[in-house]
Design a protein around this ligand. Structure first.
Ligand SMILES: [Zn+2]
Length: 288
């Protein structure tokens, strides 16, 4: 199986982006894999700390392996937004393919030291596991925002600092703050495409740039971000909204239904539609 790093490198040179989709149960993980198989895209599944607490680390890893086998496509599991060195190490130990250590809310020196510690640990434990670091501050949570998010200039990633951070930590991927935020914003986001280009120019070619907060960003900005060097895009909130909307619809249309798995049909369909749209937008179809 082609490695995640090789796929990301190929995405970068071919001008598309690998979709990263969050999940917190079997139904969602399977929908992601089914759509990826149908569109011939690699599948990258993320679990935040909350999502993996809900599923269990070992369970998520076992499902990843089972789905990889069942669907016959590359399926990678990423420990999205690990907020401490400990939770990142736990994901490495459990057999995750990738960990995202996110100490971006901490002072720069602390972020650098903690991220470096995770990279060293991951390399020693398992040569195949890759690490993503985050620099710059991303506001918002993965939900529909009720208030405007104000992105401050000091939140954004400084290209000089990015170069230093990547060289010192040895991360495989970097998530910069480039005007994006988590969740679906009230006002239209404005990505700093020039900043993406500047960061891209300062970090080694082997390091992939990741765009978080891919929900609610207009299509033209996503395309410009990929052209500027983004190779990996995270989508969570739009999937959550689609899944829960479908679930509510099934629950209200079938008040007498008591077979739990029959209540996921609409949720799976609405979620599948969002994944399909995103993969097409990212240019990720017919890539495996
Ligand atoms: Zn994120």
């Amino acid at each position: 199986m082609e490695s995640l790093s090789d796929i990301l490198k190929r995405a970068r040179t071919e001008g598309w982006a690998v979709g990263h989709f969050n999940a917190s149960n079997l139904e969602q993980m399977r929908v992601i894999c089914r759509v990826c198989r149908d569109l011939k895209s690699p599948a990258m599944i993320g679990t935040s700390e909350g999502e993996r607490d809900h599923m269990g680390l070992a369970e998520a890893v076992a499902l990843r392996s089972a789905l990889r086998h069942e669907f016959g496509i590359p399926v990678f599991l990423n420990a999205d937004h690990s907020k401490s060195v400990e939770t990142a190490k736990a994901a490495v130990d459990a057999g995750y393919d990738s960990v995202h250590i996110d100490l971006s809310a901490k002072p720069f020196a602390e972020n650098l030291a903690g991220t470096k510690e995770v990279v060293i640990y991951a390399r020693a434990k398992n040569a195949g596991v890759v690490v993503e670091g985050e620099l710059g501050y991303l506001r918002g949570e993965s939900k529909l925002q009720k208030e405007k998010i104000e992105i401050k200039p000091e939140d954004l990633t400084d290209p000089d600092q990015a170069e230093h951070f990547v060289a010192e930590t040895g991360v495989d991927r970097l998530a910069p703050a480039v005007g994006n935020s988590h969740g679906i914003a009230l006002d239209e986001p404005a990505l700093d495409i020039e900043r993406i280009r500047a960061v891209r120019a300062r970090v080694p070619e082997s390091v992939a740039l990741v765009l978080h907060g891919g929900s609610g960003i207009p299509e033209d900005q996503i395309k410009a971000a990929i052209a500027a060097g983004i190779a990996n895009i995270h989508v969570n909130t739009e999937l959550r909204v689609a899944f829960v909307r479908g679930l509510r619809q099934d629950l209200s249309e079938h008040p007498d239904e008591t077979t739990p798995y029959k209540l996921y049909r609409e949720a799976e369909q609405t979620m599948a539609k969002v994944i399909e749209e995103k993969l097409k937008l990212f240019g990720a179809m017919d890539r495996i």
